[in-house]
Design a protein around this ligand. Structure first.
Ligand SMILES: [Zn+2]
Length: 237
């Protein structure tokens, strides 16, 4: 296995507690990877990073490109080193995720997958930019915008985190989508593959970077946010 590093800025638990203010610039984030997912400043949309470009899918459904000085509160990135795995045709989300999970004995590793090709259906959501004082992620996700598109070609980029790390990341699979025409995307709720190529990248190393310049982070009392697992389930799945 190649020595591949997964880099993450902040944690999902910080996000569930309402730490939505951006704490890392896009320029800094991209030093650590050219591929990834995350959320925008103030929880402004769903992010997907492909080939070094950071796309933001807003709650109005627009797809923007974030600039070097834009800030993000949470993101997971890696340098693309995906190995072709197999072709998947006419398959539901559940069957596809089961196939990915069964492909290698990686249940205790972080790994990433990409599905590139044609999808008969993709259902996504995006969250609205929040204003201070911030509520929790679970509350913000209740007002999410949901989008659905049929017969769309694009890239689905996902990460698997071992259940042990639920809270640091989303335990299990977490995946975002961007259409090839950059007209549709977001945090994926459901999908059906028509014809797509699956590739995988396992990580030998995981680097967690903390938002050390954020007073809100330094002062946060997690005793008041100890129900992280159910918050993640309600907000992300
Ligand atoms: Zn997401």
């Amino acid at each position: 296995m190649n020595q591949n590093l997964l880099y993450q800025h902040s944690t999902l638990a910080d996000l569930t507690a309402g730490l939505f203010t951006g704490t890392m610039s896009v320029a800094e984030l991209l030093k650590h990877g050219d591929t990834g997912i995350g959320t925008g400043d103030g929880l402004d949309g769903e992010l997907i990073i492909l080939q070094g470009t950071l796309y933001q899918v807003t709650a109005s459904g627009d797809v923007n490109v974030l600039q070097p000085n834009d800030q993000v509160p949470f993101a997971t990135v890696n340098f693309a080193d995906y190995q072709p795995e197999t072709r998947i045709q006419e398959q539901s989300r559940d069957a596809t995720l089961q196939q990915i999970a069964a492909a290698h004995p990686w249940q205790n590793l972080f790994y990433s997958f990409q599905l590139k090709g044609q999808f008969s259906r993709v259902k996504t959501r995006s969250v609205h930019k929040q204003t201070k004082p911030y509520q929790t992620l679970e509350q913000a996700a209740k007002e999410q915008a949901v989008f659905e598109k049929q017969d769309v070609s694009g890239t689905m980029l996902g990460y698997y985190a071992p259940q042990l790390y639920n809270g640091v990341a989303v335990g299990g699979f977490h995946y975002h989508f961007l259409a090839d025409d950059h007209d549709f995307g977001g945090h994926v709720l459901d999908f059906e593959v028509a014809d797509a190529e699956l590739s995988l990248e396992p990580f030998t190393d995981f680097q967690e970077h903390f938002p050390v310049n954020s007073q809100a982070f330094l002062n946060l009392d997690f005793n008041e946010h100890d129900d992280v697992a159910s918050q993640i389930k309600n907000a992300e799945q």
